[in-house]
Each structure stands twice: as structure tokens, then as C-alpha cells.
Design a protein around this ligand. Structure first.
Ligand code: DLL
Length: 448
């Protein structure tokens, strides 16, 4: 373990530490007049009202909206002079949210990432290829400093530049790949196309995160790259990567509970018991520049406190299913994109590259799933293709109880990205990009 004392802390000793740190965090917010103080005052609360960890539930939530309202750096609880770095989230669902870090925050962050990387199996002997984008996104820099901290040799390739990714694998012989799961899939697909023997390469382990992915995708990455693929979770508003990560047993994501308090709430903000799926709410306990109290992440998961065989005693998150606001309601049935992914990949010949297109036709919600099929399976024979589509439609219906229109697409129809893959387009609320408009036109003409 990277920090055995912290990672095995549980029960009353952990709660005592969490409470002390929570109090210190609230005092800092109070003294700095950060916007959260006003939220507490609105509820008639002062720091003195928080007398035990149970009182956390009295505190108001922080939301993305609070970050937006205070754009760019209004959420600071320190003077800007103390900020040594800023990052920002990509803002797929609105304006960017900007986060600041003090020198201590940067050190804490590196420690947290070193912790999850060690849990996944990285050591100081490893050579890590970082294929996350370096920039405002927290993935590149976050993993970079954490892996350096634990003494691995870091190759900061950054995202994209596929040629470079392959030449680095060949020439520098990295043992660890760090990227989004969708980019790892893309590399494995390209490897096959180029007869580059990725399973036989020096890579042995993957640290993947920043977007939802399914067990089926994990299986494909593991066989395509010949590695053990682990999941890690984090978000800019709270710090970036390093909030939680799987150990090599791949049995839930260990939460750094000495730095964050995790709660699960239902749609009305009511706390749910362990094991129940709901929205993850996070409170930071050690952040200086931008502490957040009860931040509604929008991410759906559950918490378990059963012990993991690895010996770590922190609570664990189940794989993050997706964002609550990504949930599609199709004719009254709730569907998450990751459930569609899971169902699709259970059908052989289907590739993990797909787009869920939601539209409205004659007042009814319409769910289309466009998905690539394996090379060789794609045929010009419309009857053959339609039969395959129907087979997938029946499988989706059986698994998710929704009717979807499946449209098979040629291999490589969808754009590959080194960032977060876009898996859903909701034409009820979004403009279709040009390439998609063309596809829709082709689809309407009855072409496959
Ligand atoms: O994605 C931080 C990160 C970077 C995590 C690298 C892991 C690795 P944001 O850009 O602010 O930060 O996006 C955060 O991404 O609220 C989730 O919806 C999603 N997300 C992050 N990790 C996972 C994961 C980074 N392992 C948002 N599984 C979060 C599912 C994830 N979703």
C-alpha cells in the first residue's frame, strides 16, 4: 500500500479524523467568506451547529451551479495569491467549472494518485505512458505527478498523436498505459489493423478512468492489449483523479476516506444506506484552495463497506454507471447509456463503438442505437444486415425492456477520440453535428 495507515483506517478512528478535518474545512470556509458560508447562513447554520459527523446531513449541497455562478474563481477559500495551479472541467453539460489548487493541494493530489496507482499494482519499477490530454483537463497532470511521486518513469505523451503512441510503445517499452477506456480500445483496434502485436508488447497494466465503461469493454481492452485494466474515478470540482480507484482485485473502487466523505443520496437528496444505488455526494476534508461540502457529483454508484481481500479497509464505490442527467427516459423506461453498451456487447460481432441517438417523432421518444460491426461482418446485403439488426434489437428489448431501432454501421464510422467519448446525442435538445446530419440523411434513405 502507498499509505497503509490511511488505507486501513476505519471505524471510530476514521470518523474522528473525518470530523476534525470537516470542522477545519468549515472553519476555513467561514473565515474566508467563500460562497458556501452564505449557503449555510441561509439555512440558519453556523459552524458550531456541526457537532458530529451525523450533522453533515444538515449541511446544504454544493452543485455545479454554484461553480458556474462563481465563475471563474469565486469559489476560492484562499487568496488568489496562494493558488499555484488551475484546472477546469470540460463542461459537456454547460459552462466550464474552474478549480484552483494551493501548493499543499498539489502535494495532496499527487499523494492520492500515487495511492490509487499503487493499489492498481504500479510500482517504482514501472514505465508509464500517459495518453490523457495535458491541459485544463485534470487527467494528464493529475496522473503525471502521482506516478512521478511513486517513482515510476513517466512518459508524458498526452492525448492523440496515434503514431507517437505506437512508436513510444515500441521504443520506450512502457509497462503501464494511462488513458480513457475508449482511447485504450482505439489503440487496441489500431494495433490489430497494423499487425502491431500489442498483447505481446511490454504493457502489462492499465489505469483507466474519466468516463463510464462496462465490464464488457474491460474484457475487450484486456484481451486487445494483453493487460490488466483497472478503473479509477475522480472529478475536477473535488480534486481530479485520485478520489477512488480499484486495487488489482478489481472489486470496487477504494475511496480515500481520510480526504473525502462519500454519501449516496436519492433524487430528493435523501441519504441512502450502503449498497443502494444513487447519486454520489462528496465532501473534501483536506482541500485548501477550493474545499467543497456535499458536492452533488451527478454520478450514479453505490457504497460498500465490506472488507476487500487486498487488506484496504476504506469503503468502496461500485463502478460508476454514468451521470444521473445522462439517464434517458424512453417511453417511461429509464435507460442509462452504459446499460445499452453492456447489452450491445453481449452480442457477438458488435464492436464497442456506438452512438445512442434520441429523437422525438410524432410526439413519441425514439431510441436509435447506431453501432459498428466487426470487419468482415458488414455486408451490402440489406436483408442480412436487417436480420442482424433485429437480433440486436431483440437482445436490447430482453435486457432493458425498451424498444430500440438498431442501425449497423461500417467499421470506423464513429470518430475516435483520446478524450471522453461522446456516446449519446439527444436530438430533442441538441443540434446534430454535420457528419451526423449526413448519417441521418443516409439512414432516412434506407441505406445501412
Ligand atoms: O474526468 C477526472 C479524471 C481524470 C478521473 C482521469 C479519472 C481519470 P472531469 O473532467 O471533471 O474529471 O469529469 C468528471 O467524469 O463526474 C464522472 O461523470 C466521469 N468519470 C470520471 N471517472 C470515471 C469513472 C475527470 N472511472 C466526471 N467511471 C465524473 C465513470 C467517470 N465515470
Amino acid at each position: 500500500m502507498w499509505d497503509a495507515e490511511a488505507e486501513t483506517l476505519c471505524g471510530p478512528r476514521l470518523e474522528k479524523l473525518q470530523f476534525e478535518r470537516l470542522k477545519r474545512t468549515l472553519d476555513r470556509i467561514w473565515a474566508s467568506h467563500a460562497p458556501y458560508r452564505a449557503k449555510m447562513e441561509e439555512k440558519g447554520l453556523s459552524t458550531d451547529d456541526i457537532k458530529s459527523l451525523d450533522d453533515l446531513e444538515k449541511l446544504p449541497f454544493t452543485t455545479k451551479e454554484d461553480f458556474r455562478k462563481n465563475y471563474p474563481l469565486g469559489m476560492l477559500a484562499v487568496s488568489p495569491r496562494e493558488v499555484v495551479r488551475i484546472h477546469a472541467s470540460s463542461g459537456t453539460t454547460g459552462t466550464k467549472t474552474v478549480v484552483g489548487y494551493t501548493k499543499n493541494d498539489i502535494e495532496t493530489w499527487a499523494q492520492l494518485v500515487a495511492r490509487i496507482a499503487t493499489a492498481a499494482g504500479v510500482t517504482g519499477d514501472d514505465i508509464a505512458q500517459i495518453s490523457f490530454t495535458y491541459g485544463l483537463f485534470t487527467g494528464g497532470f493529475g496522473l503525471h505527478y502521482g506516478l512521478e511521486k511513486l517513482g515510476a518513469m513517466v512518459i508524458p505523451v498526452s492525448g492523440g498523436q496515434t503514431e507517437l503512441q505506437f512508436s513510444v510503445i515500441k521504443e520506450f517499452r512502457p509497462t503501464v498505459l494511462v488513458s480513457t477506456p475508449s482511447y485504450a480500445l482505439y489503440l487496441s483496434e489500431l494495433g490489430k489493423e497494423r499487425s502491431f502485436d500489442l498483447p505481446g508488447s511490454s504493457l502489462r497494466l492499465g489505469l483507466f478512468g474519466a468516463e463510464p465503461w462496462s465490464e464488457e469493454v474491460r474484457a475487450r481492452i484486456e484481451s486487445g492489449l494483453g493487460i490488466v485494466a483497472t478503473d479509477n474515478y475522480g472529478l475536477s470540482e473535488v480534486i481530479g483523479p485520485g478520489v477512488a480507484g480499484e486495487c488489482f482485485l478489481k472489486n470496487g473502487l477504494h475511496i480515500a476516506e481520510d480526504h473525502f466523505i462519500a454519501e449516496i443520496v436519492d433524487g430528493n437528496g435523501k441519504r441512502l444506506p450502503d449498497g443502494k444505488q444513487g447519486e454520489l455526494v462528496l465532501t473534501t476534508l483536506t482541500r485548501e484552495a477550493m474545499p467543497v461540502i456535499r458536492f452533488r457529483t451527478g454520478d450514479l454508484t453505490s457504497i460498500t463497506r465490506t472488507e476487500c481481500e487486498c487488506g484496504r479497509k476504506n469503503a468502496r464505490l461500485s463502478r460508476v454507471l454514468g451521470r444521473a442527467d445522462d439517464m434517458l427516459i424512453i417511453k417511461g423506461v429509464n435507460v442509462y447509456p452504459s446499460q445499452v453498451e453492456k447489452a450491445l456487447l453481449e452480442v457477438s460481432g458488435v464492436e464497442p463503438h456506438y452512438l445512442i441517438v434520441v429523437d422525438r417523432e410524432k410526439g413519441l421518444d425514439l431510441l436509435e442505437v447506431w453501432v459498428e460491426v466487426s470487419e468482415g461482418l458488414f455486408s451490402d446485403d440489406a436483408m442480412v444486415m436487417r436480420a442482424f439488426e433485429e437480433k440486436i434489437e431483440a437482445h436490447i428489448k430482453a435486457r432493458l425492456n425498451v424498444r430500440a431501432r438498431v442501425r449497423l454501421k461500417e467499421p470506423r464510422t464513429f470518430e475516435r477520440t483520446s478524450g471522453k467519448a461522446k456516446r449519446v446525442i439527444d436530438l430533442r435538445t441538441e443540434e446534430a453535428p454535420d457528419w451526423l446530419r449526413n448519417e441521418i440523411r443516409r439512414g432516412k434513405k434506407g441505406e445501412v
